[in-house]
Write a protein that binds this ligand. Structure first.
Ligand code: 5CA
Length: 156
């Protein structure tokens, strides 16, 4: 198992979750690639997106079918300005590369906001730390384990 994946499995265990990542050699770097690899709907893929809100790094879990509305995320976080951050900031805040950022197990504690559209599925799939590894989880477990706030974040 890749060391990043082991970190995700260990972080899950620390949260009381047992996850079984699956490896896809053709890649799961984007939500579409992950959906195609696993054979699920695009909406079932959890995008773990990092943004800066008034200088605070925050994390949003967004359904693969949706685009994040930066104004909504700023409001959800109680801030004003929301901006995308660059790959180095993603790496330092989470410990993982863009395209492999998992929903938990990060290098720094991050406030988390969750797209409610993820809750309509029995199972969703999230990155497990690399461009090739993902795991399935019941969305309500993801909400409970992450302590994230479920709040509308999607661009309409
Ligand atoms: N492994 C897949 C499915 S779980 C995955 O991680 N998808 S993702 O959507 O969560 O991660 C890719 C996301 O990173 C893109 O949707 C995009 O929003 C973001 N991204 C891509 N390039 C950059 C960049 N240069 N800086 C910041 N964010 C980026």
């Amino acid at each position: 198992m890749h060391a990043n994946v082991q970190r995700v499995v260990d972080a899950a265990a620390a949260l009381g979750l047992e996850v079984s990542p699956r490896t896809f050699p053709d890649g799961t770097r984007t939500a579409q690639e992950a959906a195609d690899a696993v054979g699920v709907e695009l909406g079932q893929i959890v995008k773990s997106l990092i943004f800066g809100v008034d200088g605070e790094i925050v994390l949003a879990y967004v359904s693969g079918a949706n685009q994040l509305d930066e104004t909504k995320l700023a409001e959800a976080a109680g801030g004003v300005m929301c901006q995308r951050v660059d790959a180095d900031v993603v790496r330092s805040a989470t410990g993982f590369p863009i395209g492999g950022v998992p929903p938990f197990g990060h290098a720094t504690p991050l406030r988390i906001f969750i797209d409610p559209d993820l809750l309509q599925y029995h199972e969703v799939w999230a990155a497990a730390g690399t461009w090739h590894d993902v795991f399935g989880i019941e969305p309500h477990k993801l909400v409970e384990a992450s302590g994230g706030a479920v709040i509308d974040l999607k661009r309409s």
